[in-house]
Design a protein. Structure first.
Lengths: 369, 246, 319
């Protein structure tokens, strides 16, 4: 145990003394979250609007006027049926449709409460959400305005929103689970394999192997520092996502952390596996960097929706652990689903972990070749 | 021609922070000379050599190699010297002739000259059968001989050799030195470091660096007489004992 | 202490794209065999690529041999590798240190690896460690070659091993540090340690109790340095004089001279036993050389190596 502890301490020395790498590792999640967060929250302008207003009256006209007067919006179409809305969206002519019910005026005057519907195209979910939020804001302002004038009873305009094409907002905020899947894998896999292969290159591995240390001790000691680094990163991402970007963490935080730990463990094993194959640090970097990071970015659903992939590519995503991890994180964090909904993905992750564990055990040798 | 000065170093100093790696060295090397540049590990040999071949800038002092100032004309120097180090000299995954063509091309030789000289070289080394062999499959000794031939292929005025014979078997080591003699006869100056003290005897003159300074510079026989030593090994040991630097 | 029988290990070397290893001769029965008694310094001497590292790695339980047996102390290198790893100190070719750790941290780490401490073994490594102790807070990467070598040796010795395996510990190290290093080995040997050491420097052979000359995966001689020299059969002369470099060619041209090699400030030549010194001397004088002196000499280990490898490479590396 003393040997093991000394080994872990030595590993931390290596990390702390390579300041630049350490800063990159700790800074990476922060920059990624910021870049993704702000790239997606960009300003939306030039919003084309269609209006379905079967029974025009003062209120509806004033609402339309307010929308049109806003710098970001311009009402381009006045239409007369629901079908036209779909048509305009498909032709990409509008970004938002405002639908008033037949009896808007009646409802508002008699019951003090009226509904209207905001329909937006959420195939680009963030833009869609932003547009709807802007429009709701304008309507809320208007409501305040008329209530100030008429005093009592207060009128209430309820804007219900409908998301076209992507009603569940499937990939909204998906970059957060994506960034988690990517960063945890990069740190655990790449850094573990590099640190082992570095010892091979230096020749120190030869001395360690020729000592009473067990191979398992060496390998486990190698993973501990990166396990802790990954954990720090995981917490950084969750914190930044939830407090800075307002990404909801709806599901159980406990489950999120347990499953992330499993994923980190899997990534560490993958790093060990790479270290059994690579002879030089460069090889390890190429294998972990290009062989793992790229597929994670391209095939995990992080950047491109898996549903839209061609058949073969879609099949290929099944062997990417990050794909399953990201799905679980989306379900837990964003959709707020519980354990029963992730059993399938979790079993797949567990199976993969077992397989990689077996492979790296088979591959690691207590001798040099 | 033997009196032409090919390397002229005066008060050359290189500091890294407050550590003086090369401490005010002054010496001259004449054309066609075999000059042994000795010193213990860490005495400053490598740093001095790197300055002379234009890979590192001096802190103070001046030096001229092949007539060019190392401070201002390092590009000219690189064209007029050959360099061979123990660590890297040839591309292992290229064939023998490809290596020759590559390095000759780098030094701007014409294709026709390269072809002619390649044939000539391979014949002289008895390497004709190995023309298409990958360098990595050659025995170490052959590699070193080939590397040296490539380093002087473009007829440089001076060739710098950094521990060219480390780990080479005794017979090849000697063949290597015979090649050095031939090069010197062709008026190519040879500037070499080595850890084999018998090789120091093959040099026309030898300098020994201790703690960044040149503490001795003379012909091997004068050095032996001066230090009352039976061989260069003893000269070296007597000098290096004075070293204070770790 | 060390028993090696018929050890063979051939592998395809990616680096040189050909078969390398030990016991590579056609004759599949004969691998490398030798034994080393306790307290002996056994030197394996040969150029790079001779197979020294492969042999040492098998004995350090880092490689499996194709065939043959080896025992370190009473342990078999395959079956009892765990026991062997406790009793050997191994120093591979490169100085296997952590360059980003300090001198002291390196030593402390390796002490813990062997489940011991610097304090417990301080007396044992004192002679060597004291030379680098003033720099114990310095990063190992910032040490000079000789100091790295001393630190690596201290690390290999920290658990007071029974057998010390040193793979080319003096390569790239200057003559002074090399001599100090051999002095340290001598002290360790006097303390009863068995030492297996390889080197490419022939002049270090005489510092060993027994040596094996190695080339192309084979031992071409194995004996005490004195006996290896006594077994030298040729007539060996040294030739001195002015203008040695051009003299070499002329000596070679003389019919009764068999080989001729430069050795520092003289040439070592092997000649027909019937040749008289005066004949050669007259010939050289006639060629215009001055200050000629010719003497019969006792060969060095390097002469022996040259003679022994001459047969193997006739017409191959000779021009």
């Amino acid at each position: 145990m003393k040997q093991f502890r000394a080994f872990v301490i030595k590993e931390f020395y290596h990390i702390f003394r390579d300041r630049r790498t350490m800063l990159i590792l700790l800074g990476m999640p922060i920059t990624q979250i910021l870049i993704f967060g702000f790239a997606i929250n960009m300003e939306v302008t030039d919003i084309a609007v269609a209006v379905l207003n079967p029974n025009p009256d003062t209120y509806t006209n004033q609402i339309i006027e307010r929308v049109n007067a806003n710098d970001y919006f311009h009402v381009d179409y006045t239409i007369h049926s629901q079908n036209e809305i779909d048509e305009l969206f498909k032709q990409n002519k509008i970004d938002l449709a405002i639908v008033f019910p037949n009896n808007f005026n009646e409802d508002l005057v008699h019951s003090g409460k009226a509904d209207l519907q905001l329909i937006s195209d959420t195939s680009d979910p963030n833009t869609g959400t932003i547009i709807v939020n802007y429009a709701s804001g304008i309507i809320a302002d208007y409501q305040k305005e008329i209530n100030n004038i008429s005093g009592n009873p207060p009128y209430q305009i309820v804007a219900t929103t409908r998301m076209l094409y992507n009603p569940e907002m499937k990939s909204s905020y998906s970059f957060v689970p994506g960034v988690m899947g990517l960063i945890l894998m990069v740190i655990s896999t790449m850094m573990t394999s590099i640190s082992i292969v570095r010892e091979k290159e230096r020749g120190t591995m030869e001395v360690l192997l020729a000592s009473p240390l067990r191979l398992s001790q060496i390998l486990i000691a190698k993973t501990i520092p990166y396990l802790s680094l990954s954990f720090i990163n995981l917490l950084t991402i969750l914190y930044l996502a939830s407090f800075l970007l307002g990404v909801p963490i709806r599901g159980s935080l406990f489950l999120i952390i347990i499953i992330s730990t499993l994923y980190i463990f899997l990534s560490l094993l993958l790093g060990l596996l790479i270290s059994t194959i690579a002879k030089k640090q460069v090889e390890a970097i190429i294998m972990a960097g290009i062989g793992l990071t790229m597929p994670v970015m391209l095939l995990s659903g992080m950047l491109f929706p898996i549903d839209n992939m061609p058949f073969l590519l879609e099949k290929l995503t099944h062997i990417i652990p990050a794909r399953w991890y990201i799905v679980i994180m989306k379900k837990l964090m964003i959709e707020g689903l519980d354990f029963t909904f992730i059993i399938k993905e979790l079993s797949i992750l567990l199976g993969m972990t077992g397989l990689i564990l077996a492979l790296s055990m088979l591959n690691s040798k207590k001798r040099l070749e | 021609m033997k009196n032409n000065i090919i390397v002229e170093v005066s008060e050359l100093t290189k500091k890294f922070g407050n550590f003086t790696a090369v401490d005010n060295i002054t010496f001259k090397v004449t054309e066609g000379e075999i000059f042994g540049f000795l010193g213990a590990n860490g005495a400053g040999k490598t740093t001095a050599m790197q300055m002379l071949i234009g890979l590192s800038k001096q802190t103070s002092g001046e030096a001229f190699v092949a007539g060019y100032n190392i401070r201002t004309e390092s590009e000219e120097i690189k064209k007029n010297i050959g360099y061979m180090s123990q660590k890297f000299s040839l591309y292992e995954d290229l064939k023998v002739w490809e290596n020759i063509r590559l390095f000759a091309g780098i030094y701007g030789m014409k294709d026709k000259d390269i072809a002619e000289k390649t044939d000539d070289l391979l014949k002289r080394l008895d390497f004709e059968d190995e023309r298409n062999t990958l360098v990595k499959s050659l025995p170490l000794g052959w590699k070193q001989k080939l590397a040296f031939s490539v380093a002087i292929f473009h007829n440089p005025k001076i060739v710098f050799l950094d521990e060219p014979t480390g780990g080479v078997d005794p017979a090849t080591r000697r063949q290597f030195w015979e090649m050095i003699y031939k090069a010197a006869e062709d008026n190519i100056t040879v500037f070499a470091t080595t850890h084999y003290m018998d090789e120091a005897e093959y040099c026309d003159r030898v300098s020994i660096m201790v703690d960044g300074r040149i503490d001795a510079l003379d012909t091997p026989s004068n050095l032996k007489a001066h230090f009352e030593a039976k061989d260069m090994d003893e000269v070296f040991r007597k000098l290096a004992r004075k070293a204070t630097r770790d | 202490m060390i028993e090696v029988k018929n050890l063979r290990k051939n592998y395809h070397s990616e680096k040189s794209d050909k078969y390398a290893g030990i016991g590579t001769k056609e004759d599949k029965e004969n691998g490398i065999s030798f034994s080393v008694p306790k307290g002996e310094v056994f030197g394996v001497i040969g150029p790079d690529g001779a197979g020294k590292t492969t042999l040492f790695r098998i004995l350090a339980t880092l490689l499996l041999a194709d065939s043959g047996e080896a025992r370190m102390s009473k342990w078999d290198v395959v079956e009892d590798y765990k026991e062997i790893r406790k009793i050997i100190g191994y120093m591979p070719g490169k100085f296997s240190l952590y360059f980003d750790l300090s001198v002291e941290e390196n030593l402390k780490f390796f002490a813990t690896v062997f489940d011991t401490t610097i304090e417990e073994n301080y007396e044992f490594i004192k002679d060597i460690y004291q030379q680098i102790e003033p720099f114990k807070t310095r990063r190992a990467g910032a040490l000079s070659g000789g100091m790295k070598q001393k630190l690596a040796l201290s690390c290999a010795l920290i658990h007071q091993p029974e057998i010390l395996i040193l793979d080319e510990p003096t390569t790239g190290v200057d003559p002074v540090s090399r001599k100090e290093f051999w002095d340290m080995l001598k002290k360790l040997k006097e303390g009863g340690m068995t030492i297996l050491v390889s080197t490419a420097y022939m002049d270090e052979a005489t510092r060993c109790d027994r040596i094996a000359l190695m080339r192309d995966g084979e031992f071409i001689a194995i004996d005490t340095p004195a006996q290896v020299i006594a077994d030298y059969e040729q007539t060996l002369w040294s030739v001195k004089g002015d203008n040695l470099s051009s003299m070499l060619e002329d000596i070679r041209a003389y019919p009764q001279v068999e080989t001729s090699f430069a050795f520092g400030d003289e040439h070592h030549i092997t000649v027909d036993p019937n040749l008289k010194k005066e004949e050669l001397s007259d010939y050289l004088t006639e060629k215009g050389y001055t200050n000629i002196s010719i003497n019969e000499i006792t060969p060095t280990v390097e002469d022996c190596f040259l003679a022994l490898t001459k047969e193997g490479e006739k017409g191959k590396e000779e021009d």
